[in-house]
Every structure is written in structure tokens, then in C-alpha cells.
Design a protein around this ligand. Structure first.
Ligand code: SAM
Ligand code: SF4
Length: 351
């Protein structure tokens, strides 16, 4: 893929541009494809064919690529994900090295973690000390029996303990991600919001996307943003946030108001399927095995690991990353009959 034309003034900034006018500022780094849970919309019970250890980037390799992205390529925010990023022993070191980075204009980089929360109770304090700014913890249900059915593991209490520890450690605002599944937990939208408001967590619902490994996603089964909002509005007063143009943020957010009209919190819905935000997307992704992806739904990847291990310098790696991003497609086209499922499931890309 060619780079942007050299006469384009934006070319000289080093930023990760694409030919549709977007600039990547937000890097999602997957630290592993493995996981401690088996959420049935994400992984089969037996797990997946995991990456070989030798294929996974070392801590040093990850830190080198994150540094390149922040110091040379215009990245301002780094989110670590997986699989389950808490499985990575060197997570605190990776976070600390990232938190020490500065953007070219001297700003600290924002660091965050998306996690299922297992083991977070033990590590939240160390992660905060390492410089982690905030966490998103995934929790789809308030009921332990449902949690065990959805994730195939009886660990609901560990997630709640992880959330409490994150808040205690100051990893604020603590966000909670929830996927509603028809016939499983789609009656819990209002309960989840009430609970999140009580605990000071910021709840974000995510529409289920066609990223399951078995290809069983059906649009007609998916709980839509409209349905989620309708369920919430039966019990809460929601007000669009003033000037709530979403920009590059994937969630559309609403203020939650009490009976007197006072704001008591907010709630977001990430409607990637029914209200795609591709036109404003500012993401670039690095998989655990060192492949750049321009989108969750990409069907192609750019291999940085081979070049890195062959001794490529920063200029060459940066050029490869920029060339990959220049080829980013305008949108994921989930709604188009020609839509192709990505070759990797969500857990192997980094959600
Ligand atoms: N294991 C961590 C976790 O669960 O937070 C990080 C990786 S997980 C892939 C990131 C997020 O993606 C979770 O909130 C999960 O619920 C969500 N997710 C997984 N599969 C999904 C799908 N098919 N559609 C929408 N969200 C999905
Ligand atoms: Fe693991 Fe997260 Fe996938 Fe659940 S959603 S199986 S916690 S990677």
C-alpha cells in the first residue's frame, strides 16, 4: 500500500493518516489472545488455537512499538486489551514504560485497560502506581448464576472485587462494559444502570458484533441500541449530553436525571452495528503477534513483527505502519451483503 503523496502537507507530520481524512490517535494493543473466561459470544468452551509463545511479542517488543507510535506517529492514547490482558505477567512494566512516554508536544499519553476483572483486585493498586489512568471492566450481568452461564466460569464475585479495587486505587472513572444477549440478560439493562449509578461506575452497553469464532451472530438476534435505550427510558430520564456530538468516541452518551431533573450520572451505548461511527474512527490496532490492523473488521493485516525481529529501524517500522493506515477502508460495512467476517475472532484481535 502506498504512502500519502509527499506533496500532501499532512504527510510531513508523521501521523497515521488515511485517504478518507482520518488520523489515528488511539492505539489498541492486544497483549495476549488467551483468556480466563469463555464468554459464549466470544470463545468456545475449549478455547481457541492459541498463538505460539514465540509468535507473541515480548514485553520489550511491545514497548518499542508503543514508543514509536507515541513519539513518532501521533498516538495520544494507548489501551491494553486481549484476550485477557491481566494474564500478561509484564503488564505493570509495559504500563509503566508507556506512562513515561510523552507526545511530541510534551503531553503524557493516556493509558487504559480493558479487562474481565479477574485478578484485578490483587493488581489494581500496582497498575495505578505504574501509571495506568483508568480501566474498563466487562460485566454483562448482576446475577452470579447468569454470569456462570455466559462466561462458563463461576467467577462473578471476583469481577465485583476487581471493580471495587479499581475504584479504590483511583483508576477513575471506572467504566463497565456490558453486552446484552437476547433471551439471556436482555432484561437487565435498567438493573445494570441502577447498580452502576449506585457504585459510581460508568456503564457502557456494547451492541454484539459479528466477531464470534463460530460465525453464529445474526443481526436479527442482536439487542439493538434502540431496544437498550427504550428499556432504560422506561425507568430513567435520559437527556442527550449538551453538544453530544460523539466525535471519535465510540459511545453515544446520555445524562441520567433524577425526578428533580438533576444529573446523577451517565450511560453510553456503543452501537457499532446500528449506528456505526467509522467516519470518525481514530483507532489503530496492534495484535499480540505484532500485526497492525486498521479496524476490528479488517480482512488484512500488516506484519511488523517480522520486520522488527529482522532489525528494522524506527523509520522503516513507522513507514510500514503509516502505509497500513493509509489503506484503511472507509467503514466496516456490517450491513452490506458483501460484508466479510474478519479471519480472527475478537479475542485474537483485541477488543
Ligand atoms: N477480556 C477482556 C474483557 O472481556 O474485557 C478484554 C477483551 S474483550 C474481547 C473486550 C470487550 O469486547 C468485552 O467488553 C467483551 O464483552 C466485548 N466483546 C467480545 N466479543 C464481542 C462481540 N462479538 N460483540 C461485541 N462485544 C464483544
Ligand atoms: Fe475473555 Fe473478554 Fe472474550 Fe470474555 S469477552 S472470553 S473475558 S476475551
Amino acid at each position: 500500500m502506498a504512502l500519502p503523496p509527499a506533496e500532501d502537507p499532512r504527510f510531513r507530520t508523521g501521523d497515521l493518516l488515511d485517504r478518507h481524512g482520518r488520523t489515528a490517535r488511539d492505539l489498541r494493543v492486544s497483549l495476549t489472545d488467551r483468556c480466563t473466561l469463555r464468554c459464549h459470544y466470544c470463545m468456545p468452551p475449549e478455547g481457541l488455537p492459541w498463538l505460539e509463545d514465540s509468535a507473541v511479542l515480548t514485553d520489550g517488543e511491545i514497548i518499542r512499538l508503543v514508543r514509536l507510535a507515541v513519539t513518532d506517529l501521533g498516538i495520544r492514547e494507548v489501551r491494553f486489551t486481549g484476550g485477557e490482558p491481566l494474564l500478561r505477567k509484564g503488564l505493570e512494566d509495559i504500563v509503566a514504560a508507556t506512562a513515561r512516554l510523552r507526545t511530541p508536544d510534551g503531553r503524557p499519553v493516556r493509558t487504559s485497560l480493558t479487562t474481565n476483572g479477574l485478578g484485578l483486585a490483587r493488581r489494581a493498586r500496582a497498575l495505578a502506581a505504574a501509571g495506568l489512568t483508568r480501566v474498563n471492566v466487562s460485566l454483562d450481568t448482576l446475577r452470579a448464576d447468569r454470569f456462570a452461564r455466559i462466561t462458563r466460569r463461576d467467577r462473578h464475585a471476583d469481577v465485583l472485587a476487581g471493580l471495587a479495587a479499581a475504584a479504590e486505587a483511583g483508576l477513575a472513572p471506572v467504566k463497565v462494559n456490558a453486552v446484552l444477549l437476547r433471551g439471556t440478560n436482555d432484561d437487565e439493562a435498567a438493573d445494570l444502570l441502577r447498580w452502576a449509578l449506585e457504585h459510581g461506575y460508568r456503564l457502557r452497553f456494547i451492541e454484539q458484533m459479528p466477531l464470534d469464532p463460530h460465525g453464529s451472530w445474526q443481526r436479527s438476534d442482536m439487542v439493538t441500541a434502540d431496544e437498550i435505550l427504550a428499556a432504560l427510558q422506561r425507568e430513567f430520564t435520559l437527556a442527550a449530553q449538551p453538544g453530544s456530538a460523539r466525535g471519535a468516541a465510540p459511545a453515544q452518551t446520555w445524562d441520567v436525571l433524577d425526578a428533580a431533573g438533576a444529573r446523577v450520572g451517565d450511560v453510553g451505548v456503543i452501537a457499532s452495528v446500528t449506528r456505526p461511527f467509522c467516519g470518525d474512527c481514530d483507532r489503530t490496532r496492534l495484535t499480540a503477534d505484532g500485526q497492525v490492523r486498521t479496524c476490528l473488521f479488517s480482512t488484512t493485516e500488516t506484519d511488523l513483527r517480522t520486520a522488527l525481529r529482522a532489525g528494522a529501524d524506527d523509520a522503516a517500522l513507522g513507514a510500514a505502519w503509516r502505509a497500513a493506515m493509509w489503506g484503511k477502508l472507509p467503514g466496516h460495512a456490517i450491513d452490506d451483503p458483501s460484508f466479510l467476517h474478519p479471519t480472527r475472532p475478537m479475542s485474537a484481535i483485541g477488543g
